[in-house]
Design a protein around this ligand. Structure first.
Ligand code: URP
Ligand code: ZN
Length: 458
């Protein structure tokens, strides 16, 4: 493998920014510094003058090829990770979703097969959809033998994969014993089901009623209870896709009393508001996701959550479905629309435009929320998420001058629409390296065979 000499870029980590060079050898970062000498071996030179050199972004919440009654989410591990690379993401954490009664280890081995097409390194959070006498031992095996140390419980979707608070408490006790992270989808499933029935029984079946059946309190009340459980169990807890002001206030208070709690939000809760549900059908089906889009007040609270550090990560919850043939199965019943949107390709450009160029956060915080924090929270640090000797050479050369807008027709993702269509993006991944391989050059994807490997986390 040829060495790579990236010269004269602005190297950024959460704590430090300086102009320098990065030398990559054998898939690892070999040297980082100023005015480095060229590598002694044959090398490729990248001039990064005026550009940032960032650690490859990590997206710890994606659903590629997620099975649903409307068919799998429309990006598989190849198309989804190609889209990720174009957007500057070099590592993902997806999910294993065992059905009730299925062995976790069996479900993991099937999911690993599906992920073999991945172009980038990947890991999984193990879903826990029910608890049995063997759950603890299987979780132990995941942690100790499989390098898989985060688990996910859903408080929504009780009919299929969701759990109740009693099971969640047991799961968090197990998590504490195993020193594992428990990720929780905080939405009050029974309250949502009751509201869905209420609206549908009156013939109120269009997308605005998706949002009305999942009001902010259905999230915040679940967050409050999970924070209580995090405190009593002392379990490390990660709250996914936070979208309300009250949730963020509660996270701050729980941290003040010592709860080991981490939280993420997603671009959709920073950039898209509930007015989207008023768009005509079928376009408005695109925004059926859970939690739903919120009012401007909540969007502002999520931005404040990032600046105040009460939110740690911006992931995408990338889970696209085509409108035609997938989301439109729920044209006359919002509760049948497969939930989710697409964000993996545009995450960095959208956030750079909304947060960095406006001065809301500095570039260092941007690097932290898209790369360094997820690496640290999920046991990938310092192999991933940093520009330092010895780390995997997962790097982005980021051109901050690029201006554009999201257009579905220009995206590599496999979906018939773009969730963020028409929104401004600033900055672009000019080069992306994965373990030293140049995967994107001058903004173009270089066709390559799968380089992605399952990551054992610690
Ligand atoms: O609407 C969403 N978020 N779909 C993906 C699955 C989930 O709930 O995270
Ligand atoms: Zn999700």
């Amino acid at each position: 493998m040829e060495s790579v000499w990236i010269r004269n870029g602005i190297i950024v980590s959460a704590s430090r920014t300086f102009i320098g060079d990065v030398i990559v050898a054998e898939g690892k970062i070999d040297q980082v510094g100023q005015a480095l000498q060229p590598p002694t071996t044959q090398y490729i030179e990248i001039d990064a003058k005026g550009k940032y050199i960032l650690p490859g972004a990590i997206d710890p919440h994606v659903h590629l090829q997620l099975p649903t009654p409307a068919g799998p989410s429309s990006d598989d591990f190849y198309t989804g990770t190609k889209a990720a690379l174009i957007g500057g993401t070099t590592t993902i954490i997806d999910f294993v979703t065992p059905h009730r009664g299925q062995s976790l280890i069996e479900a993991l081995s099937l999911r690993k097969k599906e992920a073999e097409k991945s172009l980038i390194d990947y890991s999984f959070h193990m879903g826990i959809s029910s608890l049995s006498d063997t759950t603890f031992d299987e979780m132990k095996q995941c942690v100790e033998q499989e390098g898989l140390n985060s688990f996910k419980a859903y408080l929504a979707y009780r009919e299929t994969i969701g759990v109740d608070y009693l099971d969640l408490e047991r799961l968090m006790q197990f998590g504490h014993v195993l020193n594992a992270m428990i990720c929780v989808h905080c939405e009050d499933g029974p309250a949502i089901t009751a509201l869905q029935k209420h609206y549908l029984s009156q013939g109120l079946n269009t997308p605005p009623y998706h949002a009305l059946s999942r009001p902010p309190d259905t999230e915040s009340s679940a967050v409050a209870e999970v924070l209580r459980l995090a405190t009593v169990t002392a379990c490390a807890t990660y709250l996914v896709h936070i979208s309300t002001a009250a949730s963020i206030d509660a996270i701050e208070k729980a941290r003040d009393i010592g709860a080991k709690v981490y939280a993420e939000t997603c671009p959709q809760y920073l950039l898209l508001d509930e007015q989207r549900y008023q768009e005509p059908l079928p376009a408005s089906l695109a925004y059926i996701m859970s939690p739903p889009l919120r009012s401007k007040e909540h969007l502002d609270a999520c931005i404040r959550g990032l600046t105040s550090r009460n939110l740690d990560v911006v992931s995408t919850d990338h889970c696209p479905f085509n409108i035609k043939g997938q989301k439109d199965v729920g044209l006359h019943d919002f509760s049948k629309v497969p939930n989710g949107g697409a964000g993996i390709e545009s995450r960095l450009g959208l956030l750079y435009a909304r947060l960095v160029t406006t001065g809301l956060i500095p570039i260092e915080r941007f690097v932290e929320v898209v790369s360094e924090a997820p690496a640290k929270i999920f046991g990938l640090w310092p192999r991933k998420g940093c520009v330092a000797p010895g780390a995997d050479a997962d790097l982005i050369v980021w051109d901050p001058e690029y201006h554009g807008v999201v257009k579905a027709v220009e995206l590599a993702q496999h979906c018939d629409h773009a969730t963020f269509e028409g929104l401004e993006v600033r900055g672009k991944a000019d080069y992306v390296l994965c373990k030293g391989n140049i995967m994107i050059a001058k903004g173009e994807f270089l066709d390559s065979v799968s380089q992605g490997k399952f990551l054992k986390r610690s």
